[in-house]
Ligand binder design. Sequence first.
Ligand SMILES: Nc1ncnc2c1ncn2[C@@H]1O[C@H](COP(=O)(O)OP(=O)(O)OP(=O)(O)O)[C@@H](O)[C@H]1O
Ligand SMILES: [Mg+2]
Length: 354
Amino acid sequence: MQRQATTSMLVSSIRPLLIPSCSAKTATRRMIHSSIRVRSHENPLGIPRRNPNPAPTLPRRGAGPPQKSRIKGVKQIVVVASGKGGVGKSTVAANLALSLLTTSPLPRAPRIGLLDLDIFGPSVPKLMGLENAGDPQLSDDNKLVPLQNHGVKTMSIGYLLPPNPENDSPVVWRGMMVMKAVQQLLFDVDWKSAVGQGKEDLDVLVVDMPPGTGDVQLSLGQLVSVDGAVIVSTPQDVALVDARKGVGMFNKVSIPMIGLLLNMSHFTCSSCSTPHELFGSSAKFEKAANDLKLDVLGKLPLVTSVSDGGDAGRPVMVQSSKEGEEVRSTMREVGRKVWEWLGSRTVPDLGVRG
Ligand SMILES: Nc1ncnc2c1ncn2[C@@H]1O[C@H](COP(=O)(O)OP(=O)(O)OP(=O)(O)O)[C@@H](O)[C@H]1O
Ligand SMILES: [Mg+2]
């Protein structure tokens, strides 16, 4: 019952696409399939036909950009992003959330959340060891209750999709459905509640962004007041170019930049103890940061226990392997810098949504 309610929340706003009486899990599946059907009706390649009667494109009088708001139950928000895919955003986001738990200047244990905004490739359930945690429950006021592990409350579209033991069914959604899902993840989660927890606001919500500079980034920047962004990049030119674009996009939507984080900067060979810059010199990265007038928050080495830990749902921050110590100490330093940034920031007086 609870399970059905949870998923039906997700699909409620696109109900016209669904058969009203079907169960919520079935509904979600139909939602996915109907998206494919719509696509195949348009033309075999799924490219939209030119609309013979295009809607007027002139802006309506008084229709400015949407008003930014804060998320209910969340004091401050930090996003982890990059223009490029696969550079380690999700890994950094999970480890940053865990690092914030141990580096807080607060006189009590901090309350940290992790929101996965990657609709097409959610990673948080796996990284946080919550892949088989079941569906999120609903709170009394019909909000999604986050799932928690390693002391961090989390939410992801991955918790809401139909079971997929093979992990091989992609989400095939049109932009409208993606944006509905993003809005629900942003505003329909009860961050104050979690099983066995008190009812206080989260101190920090870390948001794991999808790659690119598209709809999700734009919507987040326009709808939510974000307190700072950490941009992750690897040393290669292709990643740095996209990281610059990511910074440019966040500047456009007035998301303040905390700094850049270089991931996979080097690999230290166990036999010769020499750090090797496998993917290129970190000097290029430093120059890019300098050109953008941004701080370098840290340089994370390439370490097997980071990827193994991610796959096993035990991020390196909760491991004690000697190999991961350089990553842990760097991430603790990043955590302290993020707390310092957040502490120095005046929280804008905006409306709360959620
Ligand atoms: N410092 C590191 N050392 C070793 N492996 C790493 C490191 N950082 C990330 N990885 C591995 O690189 C892969 C990609 O990382 P991750 O999924 O976090 O990237 P992403 O930027 O979130 O990708 P996407 O753009 O697809 O969301 C994962 O297998 C992860 O375990
Ligand atoms: Mg990711």
